[in-house]
Write a protein that binds this ligand. Structure first.
Ligand SMILES: *Cc1c(COP(=O)(O)O)cnc(C)c1O
Length: 433
């Protein structure tokens, strides 16, 4: 049996059905911004493996960091033991993140860090004598992960709340953040948020959102004024603000953390994805001394969470190396150049009848179509163009590694223009013409 036959038989892929024969492509290796398929074809990577691989693949500095740590230890439990990779990484995260975030709790994936962040907010309110504050307010179009409590604050439609309505806790949803990035916020943009806070604030532990960029829930870029207003309102109502920077952290939006666009600091911040440069799964929850002290002084005096692979030393070591590599690189200039390249390269899509909007921010370029793409038929067209681009729903988007060269970025954009221009609307889907 070949790799792909065995894959189809034994392996379940993300958000997929078994046995439906949707195309997957075998990868042999990856280097820089190129993926080499098992059949020898090379693809330019437009996805950075879902926001993660900011330095590209198979980077000698990151490889060396893992190999060095492997010679010391691959893993030890984090209960009662500690190690240099975790402690130095925590110190570095505290130094780089918005002021006031001073304590780090490590987790093993983004969704688990969101679970931990939400439990932290609930325990904080319990410790303050506000045990009734267990719910969360969040804007629609958000995405915070696939575990059940994280799912409860994802967009109710794209997050499939209908299917899970008996098990997912019911949260308070408000209109998606508005206006778009770069525009000033008016009173009308905050009306839904303010009304929900007036009604529900006594039941709420925290507001949770993705700062500036809503990722997998719709790839929307919104005004920094909105984020600043949320910070102000959380303070007015005694709520914690959880900023989920799992997708935006480490430079993707042009700032190291997206909160910096609004000059705000959250009470709790989650990090993941690019944290290790795409090498290992690792996430972190940062919080304030006040939240940590309040929980630790309350009942039962402990934060009730502790993943088995918490602060894995290999992951912490490569995260440190990735952050050092990022900070030593001209990452702001690179992200700025990618933004300019995406704007110019994707502009021809703007005039196409089945394109709703083209938008770019930092190293993110989005072509929103008028209808969802027929992924099974469209995916192979991108591969035939020599690029790895994975649309979802109505969105064809690029978020390449920061190290991409201008010629490769141009090829990615040209592939999007070629493939999108070859689509037409049929029965509510964008299909190859
Ligand atoms: C990807 C993502 C998550 C979930 O992270 P996993 O590592 O997939 O569990 C949570 N929040 C945001 C904003 C994300 O982009």
């Amino acid at each position: 049996m070949t790799l792909l036959e065995n894959d189809a038989r034994f392996v379940w892929h993300p958000y997929s059905a078994m046995g439906k024969g949707n195309p997957v492509f075998g990868v042999e290796s990856a280097r820089g911004v190129r993926l080499r398929l098992v059949d020898g074809r090379e693809l330019i990577d437009g996805m950075a493996s879902w926001w993660c691989a900011i330095h590209g693949y198979n980077h000698p500095v990151l490889n060396a960091a893992i190999e060095r740590q492997l010679g010391e230890m691959a893993h030890v439990m984090f209960g009662g033991l500690t190690h240099r990779p975790a402690v130095t990484l925590a110190q570095e995260l505290v130094a780089l993140s918005p002021a006031g975030l001073e304590v780090v709790f490590f987790a093993d994936s983004g969704s688990v860090s969101v679970e931990a962040a939400m439990k932290m907010a609930i325990q904080y309110q319990i410790a303050r004598g506000e045990a009734g504050r267990t719910r969360f307010l969040t804007p629609r179009s958000g995405y915070h992960g696939d575990t059940l409590h994280a799912m409860s604050v994802c967009d109710p439609i794209t997050g499939m709340h209908r299917l899970f309505q008996r098990v997912v806790p019911r949260q308070v949803f408000v209109d998606p953040p508005a206006p778009v990035f770069g525009e000033p916020c008016q009173g009308e943009h905050l009306a839904s948020l303010e009304a929900a806070l007036r009604t529900h604030h006594r039941e709420l532990a925290a507001v949770i959102l993705e700062p500036i960029v809503q990722g997998a829930g719709g790839m929307r870029f919104y005004s920094s004024d909105y984020l600043a207003a949320v910070r102000r309102l959380c303070d007015d109502y005694g709520l914690l603000l959880i900023a989920d920077e799992i997708a935006t952290g480490f430079g993707r939006t042009g700032r190291l953390f997206a909160c910096e666009h609004a000059g705000i600091a959250p009470d709790i911040m989650t990090l993941g994805k690019a944290l290790t440069g795409g090498y290992m799964t690792l996430a972190a929850v940062l919080t304030t001394r006040k939240v940590a002290d309040t929980i630790s002084a309350g009942d039962p005096g402990l934060f009730m969470h502790g993943p088995t692979f918490m602060a894995n030393p290999l992951a912490c070591a490569v995260a440190r190396a990735s952050i050092d590599l990022l900070l030593a690189s001209p990452w702001q200039a690179r992200v700025g150049a990618i933004e300019a390249g995406l704007r110019a390269g994707l502009a021809p899509c703007d005039d196409m009848p089945h394109v709703a909007e083209v938008r770019c921010l930092g190293a993110i370029g989005v072509v929103e179509l008028a209808a969802p793409v027929d992924l099974a038929r469209v995916q192979p067209l991108f591969v035939a163009q020599g690029v790895w681009i994975r649309p979802f729903g109505r969105l064809v988007y690029l978020m390449p590694p920061f190290v991409i060269e201008p010629e490769d970025l141009d090829r990615l954009c040209a592939a999007v223009v070629t493939v999108v221009s070859g689509l037409r609307l049929s029965d509510g889907l964008c299909v190859p013409a």
